[in-house]
Design a protein around this ligand. Sequence first.
Ligand code: BG6
Ligand code: MG
Length: 222
Amino acid sequence: MLKAVLFDLDGVITDTAEFHFQAWKSMANSIDIDFDREFNEGLKGISRIDSLNKILKYGGVLEKYSDNQKMALANSKNAEYVELLSELKPDAIYPGIKELLDTLKMEEIKIGLTSSSKNGPRILDKLEINHYFDTVVNPALIENGKPAPDIFLSAAEELGVKPEDCIGIEDSESGITAIKDANMFAVGVGTEEVMEKAGADLIYKHTGELEFSGLLHSFKQT
Ligand code: BG6
Ligand code: MG
């Protein structure tokens, strides 16, 4: 029985995935590493430090940077990202999300945020939707980031529900893998090819297609 819906944030609730792309690209270019959208796809859902390590490895310079230098690079990326967030307003919430949150509340389905981003609470504030969430998992306390299932399992535990009674919504391959490995129903929003490859149970091209009755219907069929 459906008891909770767990939302990824960047690329599901709003377009901050684009801000992450811009900030990483600018950091990578500053140390002469090429960075394009195709490579960026593989960073979606991945924590800040794991993303940095992937970028440095991609540029063939992973061993050249000390932990302190890496910290400085991660901080500079985050500073640029936070600057981009200053533009964020409630009207940036993706279509269909607010309606879904309202219906979930009405139906007394619990709502969780399962984002890898340490900026999650700040973004919920800016979008003025933090009051909808029964739990916001702190990614700093999660040992294994996505694609590991830990953040989804932790949300279910915090909400006091069983994993099989949860739906997870994600836009990244790593996120869908994490949901499936947590034994939850995975809804993918994005490119069909990417979502299918990752094993999503239900795929939508845009959040505007997300709708409670459709989700419930598909969930019940599994
Ligand atoms: C995820 C994003 O939600 O959060 C990643 O998809 C990002 O792109 C990660 O790197 C960590 O975010 P932050 O804000 O803690 O650097
Ligand atoms: Mg995402």
